[in-house]
Design a binder for this molecule. Structure first.
Ligand SMILES: [Zn+2]
Length: 414
């Protein structure tokens, strides 16, 4: 299957917010050849997908996934490692079938899984792994209860990447270099507290400037960057000044912080979907409920501020736990705050820029990798279509049809 054409479809190339009608999109040898008006003859031996009534989008990108955190508590779970691997494999495969052709794992997934996808052993999206998240003692990644002295488990290279709890810039350098050695494509750091961690509060700043700076310098020397889990204003100012590229959650981004992000080309990856899931959990304590509501309200305000100022906004679902389906809901939730077109761009063109993959994916343009999804209907008119993989009958990764639930593909001769 070297030549493929999606015929007479609506296309959102995601180079901008426009939609083109009645277009053929040609693919050859895994690359997009280009767009042309529909109606021209198709060469024999071409695989044809009739796209009338559908909209073709670039393959979606998710900038914040945790595909190995499949335990009920949002951790690695306590099953056998063989069962863990098989379940992570399912999550990776399901993520591709929901239209996500590139994802950035924000911690917990050993880079060996990304290599297994590259080697064709798992049919999944291109994965950019962060390996173990770097946490301070008592930070968001320190999973010990207050009465526990010893960590309950360690990372197992090639299998599981638990948070690395460290102290001081030298230890940050050591674990940062270990992640890169193991195949992390960027580094993830907890630089503020969180809602569900056992011994901290989300308003805390975590790590000191020299520790964050150490990770940034190690990453930059390796040609990459740091993404930082970060909430409070003080913590945000510290990490932005220290040179991180990507702020995850960023619930307290205000005007002043957004200006600084714009000036330094720091991106915001709000994670609205997971916040809603946490908020709906009946097991939350009253204090946790207060916290999560403050974070949700702050996140929505942060998206509005950042969007109005033109700060780069990526798209990340942050789903954890056994059920990680429906990642596309993040795009619909963001659409409520910034409009459907900008929200779709955040999960395509803009996520590709954030991940520094803009030369290969994120838009439908000649020469780019043929990562494409066909949506039944118009996502600009009804962005919630993207929240359910059933509305995406065709997924193409690198020119290969990896999903065709409605049997839409046929040979040009038939
Ligand atoms: Zn996360």
């Amino acid at each position: 299957m070297t030549r493929l054409i999606v015929r007479d479809t609506s296309v959102m190339t995601c180079t901008d917010e426009s939609v083109q009608e009645h277009v053929d999109v040609e693919v050859e040898a895994g690359r997009i050849v280009g767009l042309r008006p529909a109606g021209r003859a198709v060469e024999p031996g071409t695989t044809v997908i009739d796209g009338a009534g559908h909209t073709l989008l670039p393959g979606l990108l998710d900038a914040h996934v945790h595909m190995a955190l499949i335990g009920p508590a949002g951790d690695h779970g306590d099953g056998s490692w063989i069962s863990h691997v098989l379940r992570v494999k399912d999550v990776i495969e399901d993520t591709l079938l929901e239209g996500f052709t590139t994802v950035r794992d924000a911690g917990g997934l050993d880079p060996a899984f990304a290599r297994a996808v590259d080697a064709g052993q798992i049919r999944g999206p291109k994965i950019l792994p962060s390996g173990s998240v770097i946490s301070q003692i008592g930070g968001h990644g320190d999973l010990r209860e207050a009465h526990e002295a010893v960590h309950r488990g360690a990372s197992i290279p090639g299998l599981v990447a638990r948070p690395e709890v460290v102290n001081g810039a030298d230890e940050v350098r050591r674990v940062a270099r270990e992640q890169l050695r193991k195949g992390a494509t960027q580094l993830k750091m907890f630089t503020s507290g969180g809602v569900l961690s056992p011994t901290d509060h989300w308003t805390h700043s975590q790590f000191q400037f020299d520790e964050i700076r150490a990770a940034v310098e190690v990453a930059q020397a390796w040609g990459t960057y740091v993404l930082a889990h970060c909430h409070s204003e003080a913590a945000l100012m510290q990490v932005i000044t220290a040179g991180v590229r990507s702020i995850e959650h960023g619930s307290q981004v205000n005007d002043e912080i957004a200006d600084e992000m714009l000036r330094r080309d720091v991106w915001l990856v709000p994670t609205l979907q997971i916040l809603g899931i946490i908020e709906a959990d009946p097991a939350l304590t009253p204090d946790q409920r207060t916290d999560i509501n403050q974070i949700i309200e702050g996140s929505r305000r942060a998206v509005r501020i950042a969007s109005a100022k033109g700060v780069g906004i990526g798209s990340g679902s942050d789903l954890v736990g056994p059920d990680q389906t429906g990642r596309g809901l993040e795009i619909a939730l963001k659409a409520e705050l910034m409009g459907a077109a900008k929200a779709i761009l955040s999960a395509t063109r803009d996520n590709a820029r954030l991940m520094r993959l803009q030369d290969s994916v994120g838009t439908i343009e000649a020469g780019k990798r043929a990562d494409l999804v066909l949506v039944a209907g118009s996502p600009l008119d009804d962005v919630k279509l993207l929240a359910n993989g059933a509305n995406l009958p065709v997924v193409i990764r690198g020119g290969e049809i990896v999903k065709d639930t409605a049997g839409m593909a046929h040979d040009s001769d038939s």
